[in-house]
Design a protein around this ligand. Structure first.
Ligand SMILES: C[S@@+](CC[C@H](N)C(=O)[O-])C[C@H]1O[C@@H](n2cnc3c(N)ncnc32)[C@H](O)[C@@H]1O
Length: 333
């Protein structure tokens, strides 16, 4: 990590408030400095303030690897413990645990994804050993997908957690989108790319992160006194801009019918603070008007269920790169 500025200089130029040092009280300098140094290391020289957080073992649709800098900026300085009800690919959760040393308790409703994370965190070597026996070809992909589909349909279960995690990772990471039970992307047919990705699975370590299965109504209630990071599925009902994508566009059973109103009510009653990321739309702005609402924009290339991509790209001439218009809604802890 390259140290570009002193803490004081960074705080002055970044517009962040400096904690007053009160005599006799020890401010949490260690946690605060870790955050400042990490954000400094993510700073981009280009148009956007922060660059992508690298080193995640799983690609994920709607993943926040490009948003990590903006989101971690909003977490309280010196925060030691974070709860996250919507893990997905876990960009913010992993950065908070690995880079800021937090204990992170994460959840997701999708049990096959959670099994992958549990295996990744406890047995990355064994998982990589299993993956290295496979090759990134269309034929191999079809075979894995058909076994995973039989598991999903409850026809033939894959009982061994490592075997199930390997099937999930292979099918998902090599797919277009990416999406669960999706289609193989040409880009991921490269053997060199495959070897590198399996190495990332093998070398990944994140001892202060835990991931469990659970739906938000139960997990938010369980963590009433914790600071939360919430990245729910996009709100779909306005303007027909987005379609459901979790776990897959053709069967978005974890997205369509998501109880956004219930999440709103739980967050309004939450005892500690939170950072919530959402797509920018009138309903969400109205529901969360009592909190700080920050508009953020970063570049991203992975699918977010947008239905107007073709038209947008033609009109804006933006090629394959889309702008993400997101809101960060913040309640201080
Ligand atoms: C926007 S994604 C999170 C992406 C993540 N922040 C990342 O960087 O990859 C939303 C996640 O919410 C999960 N989800 C959907 N409904 C849920 C529910 N009722 N309770 C908990 N998780 C849910 C989905 O499975 C999906 O993984």
């Amino acid at each position: 990590m390259q140290i570009l500025k002193t803490d004081k200089e960074f705080l002055e130029t970044s517009g962040q408030k400096q904690e007053p040092v009160v005599e006799g009280i020890q401010p949490d300098l260690f946690g605060t400095s870790l955050k400042i140094l990490f954000l400094d290391s993510l700073r981009s020289q280009g148009k956007y303030k922060y660059s992508r957080y690298k080193g995640l073992p799983l690609r994920y649709a709607g993943g926040k690897s490009l948003g990590v800098g903006y989101i971690l900026e909003q977490l309280p300085n010196g925060l030691e413990r974070l709860a996250s009800p919507f893990m997905g690919g876990g960009a913010v959760e992993i950065a908070s645990a690995k880079e800021l040393g937090m204990q992170v308790l994460a959840y997701d409703v999708f049990d096959v994804l959670v099994n992958y994370w549990q295996v990744q965190l406890s047995s990355g070597n064994e998982l990589a050993d299993r993956l290295k026996d496979w090759t990134p070809t269309k034929a191999q992909y079809a075979e894995i997908k058909s076994r995973l589909k039989a598991h999903w349909m409850n026809e033939t279960l894959i009982a061994d957690p490592i075997e199930l995690a390997a099937h999930y990772w292979f099918n998902h990471n090599l797919s277009y989108g990416p999406g669960f039970l999706g289609w193989m992307s040409k880009i991921y047919e490269s053997p060199e790319k495959y070897i590198r990705a399996v190495k990332a699975v093998r070398n990944f370590r994140c001892p202060t992160l835990s991931v469990h299965t659970g739906s938000f109504e139960e997990t938010i209630t369980r963590h009433l006194n914790d600071f939360l990071y919430c990245d729910p599925p996009y709100y779909l009902d306005e303007g027909k801009m987005f379609r459901g994508i979790y776990p897959q566009r053709n069967f978005p059973v974890h997205h369509k019918g998501f109880k956004h109103e219930l999440l709103r009510d739980l967050l309004h009653n939450h005892k500690n603070g939170f950072v919530l990321s959402y797509n920018d739309c009138a309903t969400i702005r109205e529901w969360y008007a009592d909190f700080q609402v920050i508009e953020v924009q970063w570049q991203y290339t992975l699918g977010q269920g947008e239905t107007r991509i073709g038209k947008n790209r033609i009109e804006n001439g933006t090629g394959h790169v889309k702008q993400s218009h997101e809101l960060l809604i913040v309640k201080e802890g």
